[in-house]
Design a protein around this ligand. Structure first.
Ligand code: F0G
Length: 451
């Protein structure tokens, strides 16, 4: 393609969904009603929704057309055939088990492989992966590379696993590690990619210890694009070739198709091991559904089969990764600190650095997220002490970008809201928690502003 400065959205819009504008007093009222918890907002109270990139994307005309082909037969659905073929063609894995979303694949896999005292290393576990392992009595270990902890490092592959640490863990817990996981991209540390070189090194260590390697492939296409951009030996490869090579090192995959499946619901577990596949399928029947639909409608399988192909189009990926970079560039111009470099699916604001007058127990990231909503109706998510309690490493606000939903002017608007909030940042006060549930408090806790 010719080189233009403006990287346009590589689509035109066929169906539109109106946005509803709110007044500042309506937003104030909504914040009081929800106890300053943005999860409690109704979607029509939000102007730009950057809560998550999961299941919030727009489907293409091809996907909507494929829905009509959905074969809703209880067993032997032809939609399953097309779905399984798409997954097999991409991953090279033989057994494809559909599930309603990523965490269902995790639950089924770990129920069959993890027991009390099992240890599962990952570059960084996503919350549901960790929770499912712990639920089965296992220990979920995070082994991120050293650069991962420095939010300001521009290292190109901060999603990598620490190979030395992995060696040590496999040595120490011999016989107790059912598999090693790699999450591509590494969501929990900012959507940072894993390099092909790191993946090969992890594979070698796994081979030496006879331990299978699994990928959490929720954002495999974004990871593939970063490899093409940042790992010179892959600069001439297509996203599909890079993705296929990524998967070629894996014995199994769990995937939430709500991200790089470009679908609103769905996921899968794929493995080569016949015996493991049989056990997982048996459990699937018990809790999700027959193995040719796994809790999904036939039409959902069709949408995913098309989405897995569209997500690897270079024009799409160029635009996709440019969007978060564009927003991060704007933040940089405004001197608003973000986790560097920006991830594929989100920009993370460093609330701890932006609001130095607030201590951790005043929840600076919650305060910043509330302010973005109060000022401009932008919904983000706190990733700090509210979500992780004492274990929080940083006070971040994630601005996750739904796929193919917002245009550059929406992102310009978000930049303007960030500028306005940043200008009066020293007037932002902290919060106290006035109610919290026993588990996963960030979803339902209620807050009161400090005087
Ligand atoms: N793995 C990763 C890396 C994820 O980011 C998620 C979900 C899952 C697994 C679980 O998949 O939601 O389909 O059950 N992440 C969403 C997010 C919720 O907002 O980052 P799921």
């Amino acid at each position: 393609m010719e080189d233009w400065n403006t990287i346009i959205e590589p689509f035109r819009i066929k169906a539109v969904e109106p946005l509803r504008f709110t007044t500042s007093s309506e937003r104030e009222e909504a914040l009081r009603r929800t106890g300053f918890n943005l999860f409690g907002l109704r979607s029509d109270e939000v102007l730009i929704d950057l809560l998550t990139d999961s299941g919030t994307g727009a489907m293409s005309a091809q996907q909507w057309a494929a829905l009509m082909r959905g074969d809703e037969s209880y067993s032997g659905s032809s939609s399953y055939e097309r779905f399984a073929k798409a997954v097999q063609g991409l991953t090279g894995l033989e057994h494809v088990i559909p599930v309603h979303q990523g965490r269902a694949a995790e639950r089924i896999l770990f129920a069959e492989t993890v027991s009390s005292g099992s240890v599962v290393p990952n570059n960084t576990h996503f919350d549901t992966t960790r929770a499912n392992i712990e639920h089965d009595g296992g220990i979920a270990l995070d082994l991120p590379c050293p650069e991962a902890t420095d939010t300001q490092s521009e290292a190109p592959f901060k999603g990598n696993m620490d190979i030395g640490a992995l060696e040590a863990v496999l040595e120490e817990h011999k016989g107790r590690v059912p598999m090693v996981f790699l999450t591509v991209t590494n969501n929990s540390i900012g959507g940072q990619p894993v390099s092909m070189r790191n993946l090969r090194a992890v594979r070698k260590v796994c081979d030496r210890h006879g331990v299978p390697l699994f990928l959490d492939a929720a954002r495999f296409a974004e990871n593939s694009w970063f490899i093409i951009q940042r790992e010179p030996e892959h600069s001439e490869s297509s996203p599909l070739d890079v993705a296929r090579e990524l998967f070629s090192y894996a014995d199994g995959v769990t995937m939430s198709a709500k991200k790089d499946g470009l679908a609103n619901i769905g996921g899968f577990l794929a493995v080569n091991d016949d015996e493991l596949a049989a056990r997982c399928s048996a459990l699937l029947i018990l809790t999700e559904g027959f193995p040719t639909y796994g809790g999904l409608a036939g039409r959902d399988l069709e949408a995913i089969a098309v989405g897995l192909q569209e997500v690897l189009e270079p024009d799409y990926l160029r635009y996709r990764v440019r969007t978060s970079e564009y927003l991060a560039d704007r933040c940089r111009e405004l001197n608003v600190p973000t986790v560097r470099p920006p991830g594929g699916h989100a920009v993370y604001l460093d609330a701890g650095a932006l609001l130095p007058h607030l201590s951790r127990n005043q929840f600076p990231a919650q305060a910043l997220a509330v302010e973005l909503y109060r000022v401009g109706g932008v919904r983000s998510v706190e990733v700090g002490s509210v979500m992780f309690g004492e274990a929080a490493q940083h006070e971040l606000v994630r601005l996750a970008l739904p796929r193919r939903v917002y245009t550059q002017s929406h992102i310009d608007y978000v930049g303007e809201v960030i500028a306005s909030v940043s200008e009066q940042r020293f007037a932002i006060s902290g919060f106290q928690i006035v109610h919290e549930p026993k588990y996963l408090r960030h979803f339902t806790a209620r807050f009161a502003p400090e005087a």
